[in-house]
Design a binder for this molecule. Sequence first.
Ligand SMILES: O=C[C@H](O)[C@H](O)COP(=O)(O)O
Ligand SMILES: C=C(OP(=O)(O)O)C(=O)O
Length: 360
Amino acid sequence: MTQSNQQPISNLHIAAFDPMPTPEAIQAQLPLSAKAEATVSQGRAALINILDHKDPRPFVVVGPCSIHDPVAGLDYARRLKALADDVSDALMIVMRVYFEKPRTTVGWKGYINDPDMDDSFKVDAGMAKAREFLLAVNELGLPAGTEALDPISPQYLGDLIAWNAIGARTTESQTHREMSSGLSTPVGFKNGTNGDLTIAINAILSASRPHSFLGINSDGRVAIVRTKGNPYGHIVLRGGDGRPNYDTVSVTLAENAMTKAKLLPNVIVDCSHANSNKNPELQPLVMADVIGQIVAGNKNITGLMIESNLIAGNQPILADRSQMTYGCSVTDGCVNWDTTEQMIREAADRLRPILANRLG
Ligand SMILES: O=C[C@H](O)[C@H](O)COP(=O)(O)O
Ligand SMILES: C=C(OP(=O)(O)O)C(=O)O
């Protein structure tokens, strides 16, 4: 064998390749139960009916900015399930179960990446814990929505998800459009962080088509993934560049741009992020305005998103966990539980009298 005196030229910036259990192995450890399967199927079917305008209720993706404490997360889920049942004649509730955080620069990247929040990055444990949490939420009868950020994660968790989002930072990414074309759920594409709608519309068009790309199969083998295309892409308005885009004019511009692209003009409004200038206290105002647009006759606003937790605001991650507040976000600020309940009950009360007029 020829000896080379050259320095290695591959993987120069890689510290390690650590083994990761396959999707099949983690699913065997935490199998889909019959109850969870029914929740996922019914949740997806309800969302499809809403996006097809066969069900007049808007859907609401509501929950923490990120899950970091499964005990507090399930406490939240139990309260949300009771509320979801109470308003189910007017709103379809999906719990926001976000495990993967896209950061503007750096920061904690979520429960899968670093479940212990101490830079130990136990991704293998994080994936199993995320699956365990999703199973528990679905077993309550509450469907879950998440951001699909890592293109491999859906092979581990996809059977427990009813709605996926592609975030503002990745809507323009070909990898995420390809992945979305194969996801088994409706997919909401956020407008860009600068407020650009075109990238979301292009993403919906791209994801609606078949793609072939590199991925893994359930056995963890590298595979050429060949997708069929996803017909249930829709836009999520989240504001951008410090300006909101939930007002009547912005919603109309989004509807017109989608119609021009020959897409169903389904619009979801994210009450958080740039739509509330990252001030969670403004989310109720955004929601009230959007519900007002629906009551006034808008038929294309088919959903809303709220960042909500048990306790309002957010907090830093502290080394001494005992000093951290139970049920308070470690990423973006959220509205508290009482405000969430009030926002949703008020919206349901305003929608009930007009829902019959939304069809047709
Ligand atoms: O919703 C979450 C955040 O807005 C997103 O992850 C970006 O966060 P960052 O700007 O704090 O990194
Ligand atoms: C990161 C998020 O939103 P956006 O992509 O709109 O910034 C989010 O909803 O957690």
